[in-house]
Design a binder for this molecule. Structure first.
Ligand code: HEC
Length: 417
């Protein structure tokens, strides 16, 4: 849809006058309406709680069936699992699980992931974002956007938002979808189960065959970081997402990358990856005089980069690719580096239109680039799903959430088995 933004043609004063509430329309709300409203809200809350309880009961029953089937199947068949060292090449039957965990003891959180378009960290900190000021002062994304994720996703994916965050529309693509995360731990491991509905295939009009990544129907990645990473405490993965990354609006042309002095210090083969601002001497936020946003080429020297790592300024990243059935463990600091973590076991299945991805990860690690999860501490958590054969920035992402062991204040409360 072509969109002429009237707001751009007005001065700030005119805009303010236009948007100010009109005193003519202010009315006292009759008490009866307020009472009615409170009643409706209470009923709605009850309804949500009832539905959640029903869903939980269903899941527990399903798990019991699965456990029974596992016990039987294990007697005959060896369980298939995928690890970093031995990627499985067959579809994992969801009824044969080698990850033994009692999901009825897990906590359950429902979150929406949404389509972010080209919204980068530079955009968040730029003048087109209404939340910029409050965000830099400490507000979390979800403080403002937690209840409108569905609307934001739909506005961006459809191209109807006047923020124009998506120049390449994919008709029929979902703006958002709900994901349930079950989380539990024992003495050694954390277990996360992500589940969500597959949705309809929406062919990509600007890609031959309509699938960006035909080999991988789905990819899931999650990241963990401490508060030592700037903005990680409130922005989830956004701290790593820059306007000059691959497939983003200000990404450099291939020739620039190949010819760059930095080609010996960064792996630029598949373009500019995610990176942390801490590893750069400067990040361009304003783009004055046609300057590209971001700072991929402002890499600090190697000594400074090592200092950044030793200050915990990295994001731990774990990624699973369906189709290949591989798990990659890595981190993001000066670039995305998918080698070197302790790894994890992942089992994924697609059954009756529901994806389920179970991750078993050691709580503690002595590997560089891994965040160790300890009792009593709170970590920053975010995740992304590339559904429907998508790739690069055409994914659905979460805002930033808190993850902690046995802590009811954390959105992802990883409960003891
Ligand atoms: C203090 C509140 C506040 C915070 C914190 C905040 N925002 Fe916003 N955001 C807004 C407002 C207000 C708008 C839309 C209105 C405007 O900009 O004119 C907006 C718009 C957006 C949009 C565009 C939606 C559309 O319709 O196209 C995106 C995407 C977005 N914010 C992402 C984020 C992310 C990601 C973070 C955290 C890194 C964040 N916001 C933090 C207030 C906030």
């Amino acid at each position: 849809m072509a969109h002429h933004n009237v707001r751009d043609k007005l001065t700030d004063e005119e805009l303010e006058a236009l948007e100010a509430p009109n005193p003519k329309f202010i009315r006292e709300i009759p008490e009866i309406y307020s009472i009615g409203l409170a009643k409706i809200e209470a009923e709605e809350a009850e309804q949500v709680a009832r539905e959640k309880a029903a869903k939980e009961a269903q899941k527990i029953a399903e798990q019991e069936r699965i456990d029974a089937a596992v016990a039987q199947a294990l007697a005959n068949v060896g369980a298939t699992k995928s690890t970093v060292s031995t990627p499985a090449t067959v579809e994992i039957p969801s009824t044969v699980s080698s990850i033994h965990v009692d999901w009825s003891k897990a906590n359950s959180t429902d979150l929406n992931v949404f389509y972010p378009g080209t919204a980068s960290m530079e955009w968040i900190l730029g003048r087109n974002h209404g939340g910029k000021r409050a965000f830099t002062k400490g507000d979390r994304c979800i403080a403002c956007h937690g209840d409108e994720i569905t609307d934001i996703g739909q506005a961006i994916v459809s191209g109807e938002s006047d923020k124009e965050l998506e120049p390449n529309i994919i008709p029929g693509k979902r703006g958002s979808f709900p994901v349930t995360i079950n989380a539990t731990h024992d003495n050694e491991y954390m277990y996360l189960r992500f589940s969500w509905s597959e949705g309809q295939h929406a062919p990509v009009p600007f890609v031959d065959g309509g699938k960006m990544d035909p080999e991988h129907p789905m990819k899931l990645a999650f990241m963990l970081a401490t508060d030592d990473v700037e903005y990680a405490d409130r922005a989830g993965c956004w701290a790593t997402c820059h306007a000059d990354a691959n497939s983003m609006p200000d990404t450099p042309v291939k020739e620039t990358l190949i010819g760059s002095d930095l080609a010996s210090r960064l792996d630029l083969n598949s373009g500019v990856t995610k990176y942390l601002a801490e590893t750069r001497t400067n990040i361009e936020l304003r783009g004055r005089g046609g300057k590209a946003l971001g700072g991929w080429d402002k890499l600090k020297d190697e000594k400074a980069i090592n200092a950044v790592l030793s200050k915990n300024q990295f994001m731990d990243l774990l990624r699973y690719k369906s189709g290949a059935e591989t798990v990659e463990d890595g981190n993001i600091s000066k670039e995305r580096n998918m080698h070197g973590g302790q790894g994890a076991e992942v089992e994924a299945s697609l059954k009756a239109g529901i994806w389920s991805v179970i991750i078993k990860r050691k709580l503690l690690s002595d590997k560089i680039g891994d965040v160790s999860i300890e009792a009593g501490k709170v970590y920053n958590f975010g995740f992304a799903i590339h559904d429907d054969y998508s790739s690069a920035r055409y994914h659905h992402v979460s805002f930033g959430y808190k993850l902690a062991l046995d802590n009811a204040n954390a959105e992802i409360n990883v409960k003891a088995q």
